[in-house]
Unconditional design. Structure first.
Length: 334
C-alpha cells in the first residue's frame, strides 16, 4: 500500500514539473532600449460602424433605330476609241464606242416579309467612219417583288416588272449606190412589256432563287405605228391596236454570287409559257449572264451575254449578243 502511494505521488510531481516547464517556455524580453520601429500597415483601417447609403442610377436609354432597308448601286462606264492615219496599210476604221450601265437594288426585310426592287439600265453606241451610228446595248428593266415566308425555303410572292428600251432601233441595209440606209424597227414602248405574276418562290440559299408564277399576265405594248414597216403585226400586236394581253405560266431563276475573289457571276433565266397557245414554239426563253472582275478600286472588266428565243420578235431562231468591256466601275455603298 505504501508503495502504491509513493508511485502516485511520483507521477503527480512529474506532471507538475512538465506543466511548469510549458508555462515558462516563452521568456519575456525587455525591448525598451532596442529602438525598434514598426512600419504602419498600408491597408486602410476604419474604426466604428460602416454606414451604407443607396445610390440611384438613372436607366440608360439607347436612341437607336433599326434600318430594315439595304440598298446597293453600281455604275459602269466603258469607252473604246480607235484612230488610223490615211496611209495606214494594215487596214482598219476609225471608231468611237461608249457604253454605260446602272444597276440599283433595294431590299427590305422584316420578320417574314420582304420586298426587293431592282433597276437595270444599259445603253451603248458605236460610230465607225463613213457609217451610221449603231447601238451596242439598250435596255430598261425594273423588277419589283414582295414575298411572305411560308417555311425555311419557300415563299409566297407577287411581282411586277417592266421592260423596254431608251433609243430607236434600226435595221440597216445598202442601197443601189452602196450607201448605208436604216429602217426604224423599235423604240421606247415599241415594244414595251409589263408583267404581273403571283406564285411561290424557292430560295434555299441567299444567292439563288426560283420563282414559279402560276398566275402570270403580260401586256406587250406597241405605241408607235412607225415600227410596223408595212407589216400587219409586230411583236405579236396587230396594227391598229396598242397592246396585247397574255396569261401564262412563268419561271424565273436568279443567281448572284462572288465565285472567286473580286469576281462576281450574275445570271437570270426567264421562261414564259402562254396558256392560250401551248406549244414549244410559243414558249419564250431569255438568259442574261454577266461576269464582272474587279481590277482595282475604280476599274473592272466585264463579259456579258444574252440568249433570247421569242418568235413574237419576228424570228423563230435563237438570238444572241455578247459584250466584252474594260472600264470604270463604282459601287455604293462600298
Amino acid at each position: 500500500m505504501k508503495n502504491c502511494l509513493a508511485a502516485i505521488i511520483l507521477i503527480i510531481s512529474f506532471c507538475s514539473i512538465q506543466l511548469h516547464a510549458q508555462e515558462i517556455d516563452t521568456i519575456p524580453i525587455n525591448t525598451k532600449d532596442l529602438n525598434i520601429k514598426l512600419k504602419r500597415s498600408p491597408l486602410p483601417s476604419r474604426q466604428g460602424p460602416l454606414n451604407f447609403e443607396p445610390v440611384k442610377i438613372k436607366p440608360l436609354v439607347v436612341n437607336a433605330k433599326i434600318n430594315y432597308w439595304k440598298t446597293k448601286t453600281s455604275i459602269g462606264i466603258n469607252v473604246n476609241q480607235a484612230q488610223f492615219s490615211n496611209n495606214w496599210k494594215g487596214g482598219g476604221t476609225n471608231s468611237v464606242a461608249v457604253g454605260g450601265l446602272v444597276n440599283w437594288k433595294a431590299e427590305y426585310n422584316k420578320n417574314s416579309y420582304s420586298y426587293v426592287s431592282e433597276v437595270v439600265l444599259q445603253y451603248g453606241k458605236i460610230k465607225n467612219k463613213d457609217q451610221l451610228q449603231k447601238k451596242t446595248n439598250d435596255r430598261i428593266f425594273w423588277d419589283n417583288k414582295a414575298s411572305f415566308q411560308l417555311s425555311k425555303s419557300w415563299y409566297f410572292f407577287g411581282s411586277v416588272s417592266f421592260e423596254s428600251q431608251f433609243d430607236k432601233g434600226f435595221r440597216y441595209y445598202r442601197d443601189g449606190n452602196g450607201d448605208e440606209q436604216q429602217v426604224l424597227i423599235s423604240k421606247f414602248m415599241a415594244p414595251g412589256y409589263l408583267t404581273e405574276s403571283i406564285g411561290f418562290e424557292y430560295k434555299p440559299v441567299k444567292y439563288f432563287s426560283t420563282r414559279i408564277g402560276t398566275g402570270t399576265a403580260r401586256q406587250t405594248f406597241v405605241l408607235d405605228t412607225a415600227v410596223y414597216d408595212s407589216k400587219n403585226e409586230v411583236y405579236a400586236v396587230e396594227k391598229g391596236k396598242k397592246f396585247k394581253n397574255e396569261l401564262a405560266f412563268q419561271v424565273v431563276s436568279a443567281f448572284d454570287k462572288d465565285i472567286f475573289t473580286n469576281t462576281n457571276l450574275k445570271a437570270r433565266y426567264a421562261m414564259f409559257i402562254p396558256y392560250k397557245d401551248f406549244k414549244a414554239s410559243k414558249i419564250d426563253h431569255r438568259l442574261d449572264i454577266a461576269l464582272t472582275a474587279k481590277i482595282n478600286r475604280f476599274m473592272n472588266t466585264s463579259l456579258t451575254g444574252v440568249l433570247l428565243f421569242d418568235d413574237d420578235t419576228g424570228t423563230n431562231k435563237i438570238q444572241a449578243n455578247q459584250t466584252l468591256a474594260l472600264g470604270f466601275g463604282f459601287t455604293f455603298p462600298r
